[in-house]
Design a protein around this ligand. Structure first.
Ligand code: ATP
Length: 326
């Protein structure tokens, strides 16, 4: 049973106050793009995983692996006795701000649900996904999603058109918690969104939610118009400054893309991947060649979006024509 799941780019990541549970409130518009990890699930005793491909050496294969955790969560939820061995083939770079681990978790949920014939409906899978991590529900649904809460409450966004991106992968990764800590540090004690009122400390000294994250209306409107130029003007990532503080080399990458004519240059999520939006496929090819030649990143990849979320690509239990999009 093989399932593939896509990476995501954040078109809008508005960060609000720190919640009592330690997460930031966010408004997150994410687009799934055509860069995929694949997870193959085979019946086994216990739950185990082997990781291959891009950055595999940095990925734990035990319970620290999000895909293993997702399989264990489904097993416990559905009272399954059987086990599974997960073979994870990574193409999405690790700790790159592209939610590769979440993609693997979503793929594992879909693969194990099929393998164990647990037959969970979309809502149940989505709820298990949210328990596995904030970005996992979106990796299940794909397309374009508007995430609220800590990002895990995802509603689909209607989108017209196809968007062309060049991704610039950096050497090494960035830890998402480290980027949020830097964000907090840049904002002062208690996180609050730019331009909002300062956070107020509660009597127990823990910062309370004092600000809502900013709304993503501009991005949602641009997506309805299927206009890459409009979208370029309203892309926003509140974590970008923190990511660049931790990885100053990213400024050079972003500048190079802008100078070479990208409609927009952004840090994806918590970085360090930079994403460049282009107006057309031809522009994308030209820009990818330029960025690769400038030596400002480890590797470039051309992708487009939106694409669907975690999908079965090979199911030995069913004929190829019977594969569906569940
Ligand atoms: P986040 O999803 O937290 O924003 P990210 O997209 O930047 O993170 P991921 O590739 O998801 O980065 O990896 C984040 C961390 O999660 C890695 O440092 C890695 O050790 C751990 N991890 C656990 N399982 C996986 C997995 N299947 N693939 C990649 N990383 C994983």
């Amino acid at each position: 049973m093989t399932v593939r799941a896509p990476a995501k780019i954040n078109l809008f990541l508005g960060v609000g106050g720190l919640r009592r549970d330690g997460y930031h409130a966010v408004t997150n518009v994410a687009q799934a793009v055509s860069l995929y990890d694949e997870v193959t699930a085979r019946a086994a005793r216990g739950v185990s995983a082997a990781v291959r491909g891009e950055g595999a050496g940095a990925v734990p294969s035990g319970l620290g692996n999000l895909a293993v955790r997702a399989a264990e969560a489904l097993r416990a939820y559905a009272g399954v006795q059987s086990g599974v061995h997960l073979e994870i083939r990574k193409t999405i770079p690790v700790a790159a701000g592209l939610a590769g681990g979440s993609a693997d978790a979503a793929a594992a949920l879909v693969a194990c649900d099929r393998l164990w014939r647990t037959g969970l409906d979309r809502d149940a899978l989505t709820s298990l996904a949210a328990d596995c991590g904030s970005d996992v529900p979106f990796a299940l649904s794909g397309g374009v999603g508007l995430g609220t809460g800590r990002g895990e409450q995802v509603s689909p966004v209607l989108v017209a058109g196809e968007y062309h991106w060049v991704l610039a992968f950096a050497s090494g990764g960035l830890s998402t918690p480290a980027v949020y800590s830097e964000f907090d540090r840049l904002q002062g004690i208690g996180a609050f969104s730019p331009g909002a009122q300062p956070a107020v400390a509660s009597p127990d000294g823990i910062a309370q939610v004092v600000t809502e994250p900013p709304p993503a209306d501009g991005v949602l409107s641009a997506l309805r118009h299927a206009d890459a130029g409009l979208l370029a003007d309203v892309l926003r990532n509140d974590l970008a400054a923190a990511a660049v503080r931790l990885r100053p080399d990213l400024s050079r990458t972003l500048d190079a893309g802008r100078e070479m004519g990208a409609l927009a240059a952004i840090v994806s999520g918590s970085g360090p991947t930079c994403a460049f939006l282009t107006a057309t496929r031809d522009e994308r090819i030209r820009l990818a060649a330029g960025i690769a030649g400038a030596g400002v990143c480890r590797a470039v990849q051309q992708v487009s979006g939106p694409v669907p979320g975690a999908r079965v690509v090979s199911d030995p239990q069913r004929s190829p024509t019977a594969l569906d999009s569940s």
